[in-house]
Ligand binder design. Structure first.
Ligand code: NI
Length: 258
């Protein structure tokens, strides 16, 4: 059975058929889902989904592109919610310089990334990190606050093999999703083929980033076998081996998952 480590079923794109999709997960081989909040509204919906479905867990945190939602009051609220039994991580948090070019806003992203990392440390939860076009700053910041003491995953990994190894050295997991099936994803294929299997998590980031042959369509956890299949092909092992190892990895990281 598959452990889906990063989904956004709170997204509006699922409004029409969310219940239908989620109720058929087991039949599609999906055992557990971590639904990840990214803005304040999404975090609230994530908490509701985790309450409603046994196999859905939640992560609470504010995405770097949505930090306008953050202030001390919201931060306190996130801290409160992190102690709910089904909340298993702080995320997604991080840096996104792809969408943000202004220096002042980048520095605000770094501030709230740091604060939310400290929150994770304080409440004893792992982190789910989003980092896009910000490889150096992300690594520097994480090293500066001793992130090797805070377990976590770099989700939708998009950097080099060297960078992956630096994160793995800090104990981090590498989240791999649909992009690995894209023909032009040379760098990610290299990462997926070469890092230790014990550090890989399967994820969709749905509704985004559907793998081949569903590329361009709305994504869901149903497509995770394609991702597992491609990782297996790259490593010369079986798809079952990838599914089993990534499930164990996720259960090691997300300790609140039963
Ligand atoms: Ni995401």
């Amino acid at each position: 059975m598959i452990f889906e480590s990063h989904a956004h079923y709170d997204d509006r794109k699922f409004d029409k058929d969310r219940a239908e999709l989620l109720s058929a997960m087991e039949g599609h081989g999906i055992e557990t889902i971590v639904n990840v909040g990214s803005d304040l509204e999404g975090v609230k919906k994530t908490i509701d989904l985790a309450e409603k479905y046994d196999f859905v867990y939640g992560a609470v945190g504010i995405h770097p592109s949505d930090i306008s939602d953050l202030n001390e009051e919201v931060y306190q609220w996130l801290q409160e919610k992190s102690s709910l039994p089904k909340i298993t991580a702080i995320g997604e948090i991080g840096l996104d310089y792809y969408w943000e070019k202004e220096e002042e806003m980048k520095s605000r992203q770094r501030y709230w990334f740091c604060r939310q990392m400290e929150l994770a440390r304080e409440v004893g939860l792992p982190v789910i990190i989003h980092s896009r076009d910000a490889a150096e700053d992300t690594l520097k910041l994480m090293q500066g606050i001793h992130s090797e003491q805070i377990p976590g995953v770099i989700h939708c990994f998009s950097y080099s093999l060297e960078m992956a190894e630096a994160y793995i050295k800090m104990g981090y997991y590498i989240g791999i999703g649909g992009v690995v099936t894209f023909k032009n994803a040379k760098k990610l294929k290299e990462v997926a083929a070469n890092i230790p299997l014990e550090h890989i998590l399967l994820e969709t980031d749905c509704p985004y980033l559907a793998p081949e042959p569903e590329r361009g369509k709305r994504n869901s956890s149903y497509n995770l076998p394609y991702v597992a299949q491609e990782i297996a092909r790259l490593r010369g092992i079986s798809q079952e081996e990838v599914i089993e190892a990534t499930r164990e990895n996720a259960r090691r990281l997300f300790v609140k998952v039963k």
